[in-house]
Design a protein around this ligand. Sequence first.
Ligand code: NDP
Ligand SMILES: O=C1O[C@H](COP(=O)(O)O)[C@@H](O)[C@H](O)[C@H]1O
Length: 584
Amino acid sequence: MQPRIMDLQKVSFKSFVSEPRSSGVASRSHSVAKPHQKLRSQFRQISLRDNVMSKQKTRGRNYSRCNRCIPQAVSSVFQDLPVAGGTAYGATEGSCMSFTVVGASGDLAKKKIFPSLFALYYEGMLPENFNIVGYARSKMTQDEFHDLIASTLTCRVENSEGCGEKMEYFLSRCLYVSGQYNEAADFAQLDSALSQAEGNREANRIFYLSIPPSIFIDVAKNAADNASSKTGWTRVIVEKPFGRDSQSSKALSEALALSLTEEQTYRIDHYLGKELIDNLAVLRFSNLVFEPLWNRQYIRNVQIIFSEPFGTEGRGGYFDHYNIIRDIMQNHLLQMLALFAMEPPVSLDAEDIRNEKVKVLRSMRPLDMENLVIGQYKGRKSTNGQDYPAYLDDPTVPEGSLCPTFASLAMYIDNPRWDGVPFLMKAGKALNKRCAEIRVQFRHVPGNLYKNATGLDENLLTNELVIRIQPDEGIYLKINNKVPGLGLRLDNSRLDLSYKSRYNKELPDAYERLILDVVNGDKRLFIRNDELEAAWALFTPLLHKLEDDKIAPELYPYGSRGPIGAHYLASRHGVRWGDLSEDE
Ligand SMILES: NC(=O)C1=CN([C@@H]2O[C@H](COP(=O)(O)OP(=O)(O)OC[C@H]3O[C@@H](n4cnc5c(N)ncnc54)[C@H](OP(=O)(O)O)[C@@H]3O)[C@@H](O)[C@H]2O)C=CC1
Ligand SMILES: O=C1O[C@H](COP(=O)(O)O)[C@@H](O)[C@H](O)[C@H]1O
């Protein structure tokens, strides 16, 4: 049978418990009728002071710093245990970790943070003693909070034994505290709730600021002043956007630095947590065949592409203040570029890697308006009569907004390795497909003996390496191959590493990987302050010019391939977009 990878979100909690015993996944699980409801009555009886770790058997494990590399092994060891946990890197045996989600009532918390925390617990990757605390202004009872979380939890399709019990136990470690973001007294209450849950253990605390940026500073200050751990470390995860330009980003960094050290601050860019991005360095530095080609001598251009098949629906208010360049390019795509283009680091240590990334960013040629194309999607009626709205139809978007929902940009890295190689970026919403990838187009074979076999189009002869981040994660290399049979005909074919066929494993969500790194104090995949400064220094002049000059975006239909200007831009730099070629 073909090995399969299944998406995490396949079995919802509700469908899981109502599934007949004989069917697939559910039949392998324990039968648990609505565990979170059963839990409610239990929860009422268990006071936090008791810090009851319930009836679960726990087995402490000391994961090494590199425990991120071995989840498969760990899960196979732990798959039958109701609770599995370890001691986080930098924490002492018997200590506990409290994870507070500030903005717990919000979209990101529900969509990503709680499910990721559960998935980590499920895989045995959380410390043995942990508490999950939700904090927000919304009034919620503990039951309502548990319902909210329970509705977001899913079990892995593989190894789903004991899923119901694990959910039940996980929920028993979840607690809600309601408070304002700018009230010291409310954070003092949060502190005492945390202390109660932690009991007499040494406690390490993580705060995830899953809130709008306008309140980052208040929350960082209140958390640092009133709810920091007194017995262990305190770490704070900050979500993007980290400002709108160099000036606002600097102001934010300086204000945060009054409350948090750089060491404590984890600036998250969830693209760095994606499997194929985490694999980039492995691909380059552990295979002899790639690194020698990774330079201007062999590479003709590099394309970094992001596209989404939906618009800003519901998020127009936020988006209009930022636009696609700030939302996707200045962070996700630029981070991909830096990892792709950096020199080999001295070691895999966070600081060594980040030093190399900063060097790339600082070697980039200033961005030029001539090398930018912007677009905005307009409405479209499909052939089956469905209406797709224009960006401007969103009621939260200001009338006549010029905000780009698409951008394409040609960039250059003025260093010896990349001199003259165009790096093209393209990012857009409401396009024809969901895709994120890096495409590397190689130069022509000099004096190619086979050019007569393929005709005059040199592009048919060039190799292309594609690193597909999503969907259908994989890496493939387009090569020329002889069509089998008599005569000589060449075929552009693929050496294909499809993750779906190669690995019989569900891929962890990016947030799982990144949250685990915070637990373990590993900053390799987080943005350092000077990286952020360099990224803004690159983009700020371009963004200001775009806004000051009120440049009108080119309109493109919802669901199309984007504005035609992107093709002209590419061809001015001698590039053809690989994702638009016929065999893609
Ligand atoms: N959602 C996503 O997919 C992504 C989000 N992010 C970033 O993560 C962070 C959280 O995102 P998301 O969950 O979508 O945000 P939400 O808008 O859902 O806000 C989170 C919570 O913050 C509180 N809140 C909202 N607006 C305000 C306000 N004006 N003043 C005070 N409190 C407010 C609300 O809680 P209450 O009223 O209960 O206090 C809300 O539930 C943001 O910085 C966002 O940019 C980054 C990448 C993706
Ligand atoms: O940061 C963001 O990313 C999402 C896309 O993330 P993905 O993991 O689903 O590819 C994007 O939709 C959003 O606008 C942006 O803020």
